[in-house]
Design a protein around this ligand. Structure first.
Ligand code: GCO
Length: 264
């Protein structure tokens, strides 16, 4: 098999929320496959600058753009700037997301709405404005970062599950509407990974840590690097006839009903 199937040389990849965590791990994978990286952050210029420096220290051609992915005016302005300063966006990874862990009956409506806005509405906003160029060029790759919560519920993450379940279906609809333009839209559903987002529920001795180690057939938390290969696959020629699929990188969680805690 020709390795050029996975070669991203000459491609421009925009990854939202890529200053740390899974977004950063996927961006590094895309960069190491040859893509020019455009990394987005929303919270601080300093954090974004540090991230861009880290990417560059790895020898990756990287640009940083600070904008709020939920603000359509900022999205329009920055996509125009990216396409004029860096080049047409070939690959879009909608990774930016937040989570709020609160029992539904105690959750403020404003908090619920904020999770939906960042995790579900922003992928729509960014994709709507990136896809215009992809349609005109008759090619593009869109990757939406879903979750185990695209398929399963869990106590206290109801807003996040609603958003990520919606993102799974939005991915299928993007695929439905845009495949005729040679644009492939798919999702990645990470399992439980060792990141800052999961730190509060991963510390040694936390009941959830034990639960996940038991619930995951691979019996470990994922390493963010474990996501890079799937991101490269879905961003490359190797997936040119793959559309509307959510690839779960979960150590086997969705494959199993689980086992009693005293069973090895
Ligand atoms: C949680 C976790 C999850 C994971 C991931 C699973 O509180 O259950 O943070 O949301 O981060 O989304 O796919």
């Amino acid at each position: 098999m020709s390795i050029t199937l996975f070669d991203l040389t000459g491609k421009v990849a925009l990854i939202t929320g890529a200053t740390h965590g899974l977004g950063q791990a996927m961006a590094i994978g895309l960069g190491q496959a040859g893509a020019t990286l455009v990394v987005n952050g929303a919270s601080s210029q300093d954090k974004l600058n540090k991230a861009v420096e880290h990417y560059k220290s790895l020898g990756l051609n990287t640009y940083g753009f600070l904008f709020d992915v939920t603000d359509e005016a900022q999205v329009i302005k920055n996509i125009e700037a990216i396409e004029s300063e860096v080049g047409p966006i070939d690959i879009l990874v909608n990774n930016a997301g937040i989570i709020k862990r609160t029992p539904l009956e105690q959750m403020e409506v404003t908090d619920f709405e904020e999770v939906i806005k960042v995790d579900l509405v922003s992928p729509f906003i960014v994709s709507k404005h990136v896809v215009k160029g992809m349609i005109s060029r008759k090619r593009g790759k869109i990757i939406n970062i879903c979750s185990m919560m695209s398929e399963l519920g869990r106590n206290t993450v109801g807003a996040y599950a609603a958003a990520k379940g919606g993102l799974k279906m939005l991915t299928k609809n993007m695929a439905t509407e845009w495949a005729k333009h040679n644009i492939q839209t798919n999702g990645i559903g990470p399992g439980y990974f060792a990141t800052s987002q999961t730190e509060p529920i991963r510390i040694d001795g936390h009941p959830f840590n034990e639960f996940i180690l038991n619930r995951t057939p691979a019996a470990k938390w994922g390493d963010p690097e474990d996501l890079a290969g799937t991101a490269v696959f879905l961003a490359s020629k190797a997936s040119n006839f793959v559309n509307g699929q959510i690839v779960y990188v979960d150590g086997g969680i969705l494959a199993t009903i689980g086992k009693p805690s005293n069973e090895t």
